[in-house]
Design a protein around this ligand. Structure first.
Ligand SMILES: Nc1ncnc2c1ncn2[C@@H]1O[C@H](COP(=O)(O)OP(=O)(O)O)[C@@H](O)[C@H]1O
Ligand SMILES: [Mg+2]
Length: 260
């Protein structure tokens, strides 16, 4: 068995009287693609927010590569090698595609101890590698022909892909993706599946995928964790989850799932 890269233990998060996440425990092994699914409001985005240090947990721990990263801050989580994408397109619309990727690179440099210590010199040292690294990321994500276009001028599907490119610019070992297929057409969705598989197979990335598009989840993930009202109700291989009575009852059988 491969060692766990991410291990989440007893993670809880309250918002006032609402328990958005209740004692969530799961692991993701190095090189795995794991799905995190469940109805709207189940706590999936909250789980991402707590894991990446955007908000602190009410209880529980997050370990990444054996290190305790519970409670962030997000810059420390990024430097540890864990990056995320957001549910909505989160790029700077007036900034070029390359400029957005550069901002992702800066967040890595700014968050590292070395970057803080050497300040401007750190920026200049990194500057020598910047163009080549931006080009490499744009090649992988197939955005090279849009290099100088303002992010806001890209079709929606490509804006979401740029969100992945920005996350890749932090040189992560693991990527958390929050509904990357939402709003994508069939072709864009196939393209996304290809990219995610490439990132895992060719670039050694480990992926945690929140997604309602069940065909995509079932096709890509080795393992799926199911959240309902903040609690894990099931975990297993796609074929087991598909047939799990509790999962069908709480999520897969719901009318609003029928389109996926
Ligand atoms: N910052 C917040 N303040 C208050 N309640 C929140 C906050 N973020 C999320 N929630 C609530 O927590 C629950 C889980 O939300 P969320 O994690 O966004 O679910 P999902 O991503 O699975 O749709 C929802 O009831 C939501 O309204
Ligand atoms: Mg969400």
């Amino acid at each position: 068995m491969k060692p766990d890269l991410l291990h989440v233990q007893g993670l809880s998060r309250r918002f006032g009287g609402l328990v958005a996440l209740r004692k969530l425990t799961f692991s993701v092994a190095q090189g795995e693609i794991v799905g995190l699914i469940g109805p709207n409001g189940a706590g999936k985005t909250t789980a991402f927010n707590v894991i990446t240090g955007t908000i602190p947990p009410s209880a529980g721990t997050v370990r990444f590569d054996g290190r305790d990263i519970s409670g962030g801050p997000p810059s420390r989580v990024v430097v540890a090698g864990l990056a995320r994408t957001f549910q909505s397109a989160s790029t700077y619309p007036a900034v070029s595609v390359a400029g957005n990727v550069y901002r992702g690179m800066l967040s890595r440099i700014a968050g590292s101890t070395v970057g803080r210590l050497v300040g401007r010199r750190g920026g200049m040292l990194a500057a020598a590698q910047v163009p080549a690294e931006i080009d490499a990321i744009l090649r992988v994500t197939d955005l090279a022909s849009w290099r100088d276009a303002p992010a806001g001028s890209l079709p929606y599907g490509l804006q979401k892909k740029l969100g992945i490119a920005v996350a890749l610019a932090t040189r992560p070992r693991m990527l958390l993706l929050d509904e990357p297929a939402a709003g994508l057409n069939h072709e864009e969705c196939n393209d996304l599946a290809r990219l995610l598989r490439l990132l895992r197979d060719e670039h050694g990335l480990t992926l945690l995928l929140v997604e309602h598009h069940m065909a995509l989840v079932m096709e890509l993930c080795q393992r799926i964790v199911v959240l309902v009202q903040g609690e894990k109700i099931a975990e297993g291989a796609p074929e087991d989850i598909r047939q799990n009575a509790a999962v069908i009852e709480a999520y897969l059988g719901a009318p609003d799932y029928a389109h996926a």
